[in-house]
Design a protein around this ligand. Structure first.
Ligand SMILES: NC(=O)c1ccc[n+]([C@@H]2O[C@H](COP(=O)([O-])OP(=O)(O)OC[C@H]3O[C@@H](n4cnc5c(N)ncnc54)[C@H](O)[C@@H]3O)[C@@H](O)[C@H]2O)c1
Length: 367
Protein backbone atom coordinates (compact mmCIF):
# COMPACT_ATOMS: atom_id res chain seq x y z
CA UNK A 1 0.00 0.00 0.00
CA UNK A 2 1.27 3.48 -0.90
CA UNK A 3 2.29 5.51 2.12
CA UNK A 4 1.30 9.17 1.93
CA UNK A 5 4.04 11.46 3.25
CA UNK A 6 2.84 13.56 6.16
CA UNK A 7 4.59 16.64 7.60
CA UNK A 8 3.76 17.61 11.19
CA UNK A 9 3.91 21.26 12.28
CA UNK A 10 3.86 21.64 16.08
CA UNK A 11 5.68 19.04 18.19
CA UNK A 12 4.06 19.78 21.56
CA UNK A 13 1.96 17.81 23.99
CA UNK A 14 -0.46 16.06 21.61
CA UNK A 15 2.01 15.43 18.79
CA UNK A 16 3.45 12.16 20.14
CA UNK A 17 0.35 10.05 19.59
CA UNK A 18 -0.01 11.40 16.03
CA UNK A 19 3.64 10.64 15.27
CA UNK A 20 3.34 7.15 16.69
CA UNK A 21 0.05 6.26 14.99
CA UNK A 22 0.83 7.83 11.60
CA UNK A 23 4.18 6.00 11.60
CA UNK A 24 3.10 2.61 12.91
CA UNK A 25 -0.68 2.12 13.23
CA UNK A 26 -1.98 3.25 9.86
CA UNK A 27 -0.92 1.34 6.77
CA UNK A 28 -1.19 4.29 4.37
CA UNK A 29 0.76 7.08 6.11
CA UNK A 30 4.34 7.88 7.08
CA UNK A 31 5.65 10.90 8.98
CA UNK A 32 8.33 12.32 6.69
CA UNK A 33 9.18 15.59 8.45
CA UNK A 34 8.34 17.65 11.50
CA UNK A 35 8.77 21.29 12.49
CA UNK A 36 8.42 23.39 15.61
CA UNK A 37 9.38 26.98 16.38
CA UNK A 38 11.20 25.44 19.34
CA UNK A 39 13.55 23.39 17.16
CA UNK A 40 14.72 21.12 19.99
CA UNK A 41 11.16 19.81 20.33
CA UNK A 42 11.11 18.80 16.67
CA UNK A 43 14.56 17.23 16.99
CA UNK A 44 13.55 15.24 20.08
CA UNK A 45 10.37 14.05 18.34
CA UNK A 46 12.27 13.05 15.20
CA UNK A 47 14.72 11.07 17.30
CA UNK A 48 11.97 9.35 19.30
CA UNK A 49 9.68 8.45 16.38
CA UNK A 50 12.29 7.93 13.66
CA UNK A 51 11.15 10.90 11.54
CA UNK A 52 13.69 11.44 8.71
CA UNK A 53 13.62 15.25 8.47
CA UNK A 54 13.49 18.21 10.87
CA UNK A 55 12.67 21.32 8.89
CA UNK A 56 11.49 24.85 9.55
CA UNK A 57 7.74 25.34 9.11
CA UNK A 58 8.41 27.21 5.86
CA UNK A 59 10.64 24.41 4.50
CA UNK A 60 8.05 21.80 5.42
CA UNK A 61 5.18 23.69 3.77
CA UNK A 62 7.24 24.24 0.63
CA UNK A 63 8.54 20.66 0.29
CA UNK A 64 7.22 18.95 -2.85
CA UNK A 65 7.45 15.60 -1.04
CA UNK A 66 4.85 16.37 1.64
CA UNK A 67 1.26 15.61 0.61
CA UNK A 68 -0.58 16.20 3.90
CA UNK A 69 0.38 18.85 6.46
CA UNK A 70 -0.80 18.04 9.99
CA UNK A 71 -1.09 21.25 11.97
CA UNK A 72 -0.74 20.58 15.70
CA UNK A 73 -0.01 24.13 16.82
CA UNK A 74 -2.11 25.90 19.45
CA UNK A 75 -5.43 27.38 18.24
CA UNK A 76 -3.96 30.80 17.46
CA UNK A 77 -1.73 29.21 14.80
CA UNK A 78 -4.42 27.11 13.12
CA UNK A 79 -5.63 29.58 10.47
CA UNK A 80 -2.26 30.91 9.26
CA UNK A 81 -0.59 27.53 8.92
CA UNK A 82 -3.64 25.89 7.29
CA UNK A 83 -3.96 28.75 4.82
CA UNK A 84 -0.28 28.66 4.00
CA UNK A 85 -0.40 24.86 3.53
CA UNK A 86 -3.34 25.17 1.13
CA UNK A 87 -1.58 27.95 -0.78
CA UNK A 88 1.38 25.55 -1.11
CA UNK A 89 -1.06 23.03 -2.68
CA UNK A 90 -1.00 20.68 0.31
CA UNK A 91 -3.90 18.86 1.89
CA UNK A 92 -4.05 19.95 5.52
CA UNK A 93 -5.42 18.44 8.71
CA UNK A 94 -5.58 20.63 11.81
CA UNK A 95 -6.20 20.02 15.49
CA UNK A 96 -9.41 21.53 16.83
CA UNK A 97 -10.82 24.14 16.68
CA UNK A 98 -10.66 24.72 12.91
CA UNK A 99 -9.78 28.38 13.56
CA UNK A 100 -10.65 31.14 15.98
CA UNK A 101 -13.17 33.11 13.93
CA UNK A 102 -16.09 32.11 11.71
CA UNK A 103 -14.61 34.23 8.92
CA UNK A 104 -11.36 32.28 9.00
CA UNK A 105 -13.19 28.93 9.12
CA UNK A 106 -15.27 29.95 6.12
CA UNK A 107 -12.20 31.22 4.24
CA UNK A 108 -10.29 27.98 4.80
CA UNK A 109 -13.16 25.75 3.65
CA UNK A 110 -13.68 27.96 0.58
CA UNK A 111 -9.97 28.00 -0.27
CA UNK A 112 -9.72 24.20 0.02
CA UNK A 113 -12.81 23.78 -2.18
CA UNK A 114 -11.50 26.21 -4.82
CA UNK A 115 -8.11 24.51 -4.94
CA UNK A 116 -9.55 20.98 -4.95
CA UNK A 117 -7.62 20.14 -1.76
CA UNK A 118 -8.73 18.42 1.40
CA UNK A 119 -9.09 20.37 4.63
CA UNK A 120 -9.47 18.07 7.62
CA UNK A 121 -9.93 18.82 11.30
CA UNK A 122 -9.87 17.02 14.63
CA UNK A 123 -11.44 15.46 16.51
CA UNK A 124 -11.47 12.07 14.83
CA UNK A 125 -12.67 10.18 17.89
CA UNK A 126 -16.07 9.90 16.20
CA UNK A 127 -14.39 7.41 13.82
CA UNK A 128 -13.45 5.17 16.75
CA UNK A 129 -15.08 1.85 17.60
CA UNK A 130 -17.42 3.21 20.29
CA UNK A 131 -18.95 6.14 18.42
CA UNK A 132 -19.14 4.21 15.12
CA UNK A 133 -21.05 1.41 16.85
CA UNK A 134 -23.45 4.01 18.30
CA UNK A 135 -23.82 5.48 14.81
CA UNK A 136 -24.77 2.04 13.44
CA UNK A 137 -27.25 1.43 16.26
CA UNK A 138 -28.97 4.74 15.49
CA UNK A 139 -28.87 4.31 11.70
CA UNK A 140 -30.26 0.77 11.98
CA UNK A 141 -33.23 2.03 14.04
CA UNK A 142 -32.14 0.18 17.19
CA UNK A 143 -33.13 3.07 19.49
CA UNK A 144 -36.13 4.15 17.38
CA UNK A 145 -36.42 7.81 16.43
CA UNK A 146 -33.95 10.02 18.31
CA UNK A 147 -35.97 12.41 20.48
CA UNK A 148 -33.39 14.22 22.59
CA UNK A 149 -29.81 14.10 23.85
CA UNK A 150 -27.56 15.36 26.63
CA UNK A 151 -23.86 16.20 26.48
CA UNK A 152 -21.91 17.13 29.59
CA UNK A 153 -18.22 17.94 30.02
CA UNK A 154 -17.42 19.43 33.41
CA UNK A 155 -14.00 19.63 35.03
CA UNK A 156 -11.58 22.20 36.44
CA UNK A 157 -9.49 22.93 33.37
CA UNK A 158 -6.01 21.89 32.31
CA UNK A 159 -3.66 24.03 34.43
CA UNK A 160 -3.09 21.11 36.79
CA UNK A 161 -1.30 18.97 34.17
CA UNK A 162 -0.50 20.79 30.89
CA UNK A 163 3.00 22.35 30.89
CA UNK A 164 1.85 25.43 28.86
CA UNK A 165 -1.85 25.81 29.76
CA UNK A 166 -2.26 29.53 28.94
CA UNK A 167 -3.95 28.92 25.58
CA UNK A 168 -6.87 27.16 27.26
CA UNK A 169 -7.96 30.53 28.70
CA UNK A 170 -7.35 32.68 25.61
CA UNK A 171 -9.43 33.18 22.46
CA UNK A 172 -9.93 29.75 20.87
CA UNK A 173 -9.78 28.14 24.33
CA UNK A 174 -12.33 27.79 27.12
CA UNK A 175 -14.29 24.58 27.66
CA UNK A 176 -16.53 25.01 24.60
CA UNK A 177 -13.75 25.54 22.05
CA UNK A 178 -11.43 23.04 23.72
CA UNK A 179 -13.74 20.15 24.57
CA UNK A 180 -16.94 21.10 22.72
CA UNK A 181 -15.57 19.78 19.40
CA UNK A 182 -15.50 16.19 20.73
CA UNK A 183 -19.10 16.36 21.92
CA UNK A 184 -20.50 18.37 19.02
CA UNK A 185 -18.71 16.38 16.31
CA UNK A 186 -20.02 13.18 17.89
CA UNK A 187 -23.56 14.58 18.07
CA UNK A 188 -23.48 15.81 14.46
CA UNK A 189 -22.18 12.42 13.30
CA UNK A 190 -24.97 10.69 15.26
CA UNK A 191 -27.89 13.08 14.70
CA UNK A 192 -26.94 15.33 11.77
CA UNK A 193 -26.45 19.08 11.56
CA UNK A 194 -27.82 21.67 13.99
CA UNK A 195 -30.38 24.37 13.25
CA UNK A 196 -30.65 26.55 16.35
CA UNK A 197 -28.57 27.18 19.48
CA UNK A 198 -29.50 28.85 22.75
CA UNK A 199 -26.63 29.54 25.13
CA UNK A 200 -25.62 31.09 28.42
CA UNK A 201 -21.95 31.58 29.21
CA UNK A 202 -20.00 32.99 32.15
CA UNK A 203 -16.49 33.40 33.47
CA UNK A 204 -16.55 32.30 37.13
CA UNK A 205 -12.88 32.98 37.99
CA UNK A 206 -10.93 35.91 36.45
CA UNK A 207 -7.57 34.19 37.05
CA UNK A 208 -6.31 30.61 37.21
CA UNK A 209 -3.21 29.40 39.06
CA UNK A 210 -0.96 26.91 37.29
CA UNK A 211 -0.20 23.86 39.43
CA UNK A 212 1.70 21.85 36.79
CA UNK A 213 5.45 21.93 36.13
CA UNK A 214 7.37 23.98 35.02
CA UNK A 215 5.14 27.05 35.57
CA UNK A 216 3.84 26.09 39.03
CA UNK A 217 2.41 29.11 40.88
CA UNK A 218 2.12 31.42 37.84
CA UNK A 219 -1.30 32.91 37.16
CA UNK A 220 -3.26 33.12 33.90
CA UNK A 221 -5.74 35.91 33.13
CA UNK A 222 -8.93 34.28 31.88
CA UNK A 223 -10.09 35.91 28.62
CA UNK A 224 -12.97 33.60 27.67
CA UNK A 225 -16.12 32.16 29.27
CA UNK A 226 -15.32 29.06 31.31
CA UNK A 227 -18.85 27.77 31.96
CA UNK A 228 -21.08 27.42 28.90
CA UNK A 229 -24.56 25.91 29.02
CA UNK A 230 -27.27 25.71 26.42
CA UNK A 231 -29.60 23.88 24.12
CA UNK A 232 -29.32 22.71 20.52
CA UNK A 233 -32.07 21.91 18.05
CA UNK A 234 -31.03 19.46 15.30
CA UNK A 235 -32.48 19.75 11.80
CA UNK A 236 -33.61 16.12 12.15
CA UNK A 237 -35.71 17.06 15.19
CA UNK A 238 -33.98 16.08 18.47
CA UNK A 239 -33.20 18.69 21.10
CA UNK A 240 -29.94 18.39 23.08
CA UNK A 241 -28.93 19.95 26.39
CA UNK A 242 -25.21 20.68 26.75
CA UNK A 243 -22.84 21.98 29.42
CA UNK A 244 -19.09 22.49 29.05
CA UNK A 245 -17.27 23.84 32.08
CA UNK A 246 -13.78 24.42 33.45
CA UNK A 247 -15.29 25.84 36.66
CA UNK A 248 -16.46 22.64 38.33
CA UNK A 249 -14.33 20.36 40.49
CA UNK A 250 -16.30 17.22 39.74
CA UNK A 251 -19.64 15.93 38.59
CA UNK A 252 -21.52 12.65 38.18
CA UNK A 253 -23.29 13.75 34.99
CA UNK A 254 -23.02 11.36 32.02
CA UNK A 255 -20.98 12.28 28.93
CA UNK A 256 -23.47 11.80 26.10
CA UNK A 257 -26.88 10.13 26.20
CA UNK A 258 -29.24 9.77 23.24
CA UNK A 259 -32.91 9.28 24.01
CA UNK A 260 -34.80 7.36 21.33
CA UNK A 261 -38.46 6.40 20.97
CA UNK A 262 -37.45 2.78 21.69
CA UNK A 263 -34.89 3.26 24.45
CA UNK A 264 -31.92 5.15 25.91
CA UNK A 265 -28.38 4.87 24.54
CA UNK A 266 -25.41 5.79 26.73
CA UNK A 267 -22.60 6.86 24.41
CA UNK A 268 -18.93 6.47 25.43
CA UNK A 269 -16.75 9.45 26.35
CA UNK A 270 -16.28 11.19 22.96
CA UNK A 271 -12.68 12.00 23.87
CA UNK A 272 -11.93 8.28 23.60
CA UNK A 273 -12.12 5.69 20.82
CA UNK A 274 -13.64 2.67 22.57
CA UNK A 275 -16.70 1.84 24.70
CA UNK A 276 -18.53 1.17 26.88
CA UNK A 277 -21.93 1.51 25.21
CA UNK A 278 -25.05 0.90 27.28
CA UNK A 279 -28.67 0.56 26.18
CA UNK A 280 -31.94 0.27 28.04
CA UNK A 281 -34.95 -0.55 25.86
CA UNK A 282 -38.39 0.95 26.44
CA UNK A 283 -39.92 -0.92 29.36
CA UNK A 284 -36.60 -2.67 30.11
CA UNK A 285 -35.40 -3.24 33.66
CA UNK A 286 -31.79 -2.14 33.41
CA UNK A 287 -29.02 -0.97 31.09
CA UNK A 288 -27.06 -3.69 29.29
CA UNK A 289 -23.66 -3.28 27.63
CA UNK A 290 -23.70 -3.48 23.83
CA UNK A 291 -20.58 -5.04 22.27
CA UNK A 292 -18.42 -2.72 20.20
CA UNK A 293 -18.73 -3.78 16.55
CA UNK A 294 -16.08 -1.62 14.92
CA UNK A 295 -12.29 -1.53 15.04
CA UNK A 296 -10.07 1.32 16.31
CA UNK A 297 -11.08 1.03 19.97
CA UNK A 298 -7.58 1.94 21.17
CA UNK A 299 -6.19 5.49 20.99
CA UNK A 300 -6.33 5.92 17.19
CA UNK A 301 -5.70 9.67 16.96
CA UNK A 302 -4.72 10.33 13.38
CA UNK A 303 -7.42 8.10 11.89
CA UNK A 304 -8.85 11.27 10.32
CA UNK A 305 -5.48 11.83 8.60
CA UNK A 306 -5.33 8.19 7.44
CA UNK A 307 -8.85 8.61 6.06
CA UNK A 308 -7.70 11.70 4.12
CA UNK A 309 -4.73 9.73 2.80
CA UNK A 310 -7.11 7.00 1.61
CA UNK A 311 -9.30 9.60 -0.11
CA UNK A 312 -6.33 10.91 -2.16
CA UNK A 313 -6.57 7.71 -4.19
CA UNK A 314 -10.26 6.78 -3.78
CA UNK A 315 -11.62 10.27 -4.47
CA UNK A 316 -14.14 9.79 -1.63
CA UNK A 317 -15.02 12.65 0.71
CA UNK A 318 -12.89 12.39 3.83
CA UNK A 319 -14.88 12.11 7.01
CA UNK A 320 -13.28 14.55 9.49
CA UNK A 321 -13.68 17.28 6.91
CA UNK A 322 -13.69 21.08 6.90
CA UNK A 323 -17.45 21.46 6.33
CA UNK A 324 -18.13 19.40 9.45
CA UNK A 325 -15.50 21.31 11.47
CA UNK A 326 -16.77 24.66 10.22
CA UNK A 327 -20.32 23.75 11.26
CA UNK A 328 -19.03 22.73 14.70
CA UNK A 329 -17.11 26.04 14.86
CA UNK A 330 -20.32 27.95 14.16
CA UNK A 331 -22.21 25.98 16.83
CA UNK A 332 -19.52 26.81 19.41
CA UNK A 333 -19.61 30.50 18.52
CA UNK A 334 -23.41 30.37 18.63
CA UNK A 335 -23.40 29.37 22.32
CA UNK A 336 -21.42 32.51 23.06
CA UNK A 337 -23.25 34.91 20.73
CA UNK A 338 -26.64 33.66 21.95
CA UNK A 339 -25.48 34.30 25.51
CA UNK A 340 -24.30 37.83 24.66
CA UNK A 341 -27.40 38.77 22.65
CA UNK A 342 -29.87 36.86 24.85
CA UNK A 343 -31.44 35.48 21.64
CA UNK A 344 -31.50 32.13 19.88
CA UNK A 345 -28.77 31.81 17.24
CA UNK A 346 -29.96 30.47 13.88
CA UNK A 347 -27.08 28.73 12.12
CA UNK A 348 -26.10 29.46 8.53
CA UNK A 349 -23.64 26.59 7.99
CA UNK A 350 -24.56 22.95 7.61
CA UNK A 351 -22.82 19.73 6.59
CA UNK A 352 -23.44 16.16 5.52
CA UNK A 353 -23.21 13.47 8.16
CA UNK A 354 -19.80 11.89 7.48
CA UNK A 355 -19.94 8.40 5.92
CA UNK A 356 -19.93 5.66 8.57
CA UNK A 357 -17.06 3.19 8.72
CA UNK A 358 -17.77 -0.48 8.09
CA UNK A 359 -17.74 -2.78 11.14
CA UNK A 360 -14.88 -5.22 11.52
CA UNK A 361 -12.16 -3.47 9.52
CA UNK A 362 -8.57 -4.44 10.28
CA UNK A 363 -6.96 -2.03 12.76
CA UNK A 364 -5.02 0.56 10.75
CA UNK A 365 -7.17 0.28 7.61
CA UNK A 366 -9.94 2.84 7.17
CA UNK A 367 -11.83 1.72 4.06
N1 LIG B 1 -2.69 18.39 24.79
C1 LIG B 1 -3.73 17.61 24.58
O1 LIG B 1 -4.03 16.67 25.32
C2 LIG B 1 -4.58 17.85 23.37
C3 LIG B 1 -5.53 16.89 23.07
C4 LIG B 1 -6.30 17.03 21.93
C5 LIG B 1 -6.13 18.13 21.14
N2 LIG B 1 -5.22 19.10 21.45
C6 LIG B 1 -5.10 20.25 20.56
O2 LIG B 1 -3.85 20.16 19.90
C7 LIG B 1 -3.33 21.47 19.66
C8 LIG B 1 -1.97 21.57 20.28
O3 LIG B 1 -2.08 21.32 21.66
P1 LIG B 1 -0.81 20.92 22.54
O4 LIG B 1 -1.35 20.57 23.87
O5 LIG B 1 0.02 19.94 21.82
O6 LIG B 1 -0.07 22.35 22.61
P2 LIG B 1 1.46 22.61 22.95
O7 LIG B 1 1.56 24.03 23.36
O8 LIG B 1 1.97 21.56 23.87
O9 LIG B 1 2.19 22.39 21.53
C9 LIG B 1 2.06 23.27 20.45
C10 LIG B 1 3.41 23.30 19.73
O10 LIG B 1 3.28 24.06 18.53
C11 LIG B 1 4.47 24.82 18.37
N3 LIG B 1 4.18 25.94 17.47
C12 LIG B 1 3.38 27.00 17.69
N4 LIG B 1 3.33 27.78 16.59
C13 LIG B 1 4.13 27.19 15.65
C14 LIG B 1 4.49 27.51 14.31
N5 LIG B 1 4.03 28.60 13.71
N6 LIG B 1 5.32 26.67 13.65
C15 LIG B 1 5.81 25.56 14.26
N7 LIG B 1 5.50 25.22 15.54
C16 LIG B 1 4.67 26.03 16.21
C17 LIG B 1 4.85 25.22 19.79
O11 LIG B 1 6.21 25.58 19.89
C18 LIG B 1 4.50 23.93 20.55
O12 LIG B 1 5.61 23.05 20.62
C19 LIG B 1 -4.35 22.44 20.23
O13 LIG B 1 -5.21 22.90 19.22
C20 LIG B 1 -5.14 21.59 21.23
O14 LIG B 1 -6.47 22.05 21.37
C21 LIG B 1 -4.43 18.96 22.54
Amino acid sequence: MKKVKVGIVGCGNISGIYMQNLSTMFANTEVFACADTVRERAEAAAEKYGIPHVWTTEELLASPEIEIVVNLTTPIGHYEICKSALLHDKHVYVEKPLSLSLEHGEELTRLAREKGLMLGCAPDTFLGAGLQTCRKLIDDGFIGDPVAATAFMLNHGHEGWHPDPEFYYQEGGGPMFDMGPYYLTALVSLLGPVKTVCGMAKKSFPQRTITSAPKFGQTIDVEVPTHVAGTLEFISGPVATMITSFDVWDSTLPRIEIYGSRGTLIVPDPNTFGGPILFKPAGGESFAEIPVLHSHAMNSRGIGVADMAACITSGNIHRANGELANHVLEIMHAFHTSSESKRYAELVTSCERPRPLAPGLIQGIVD
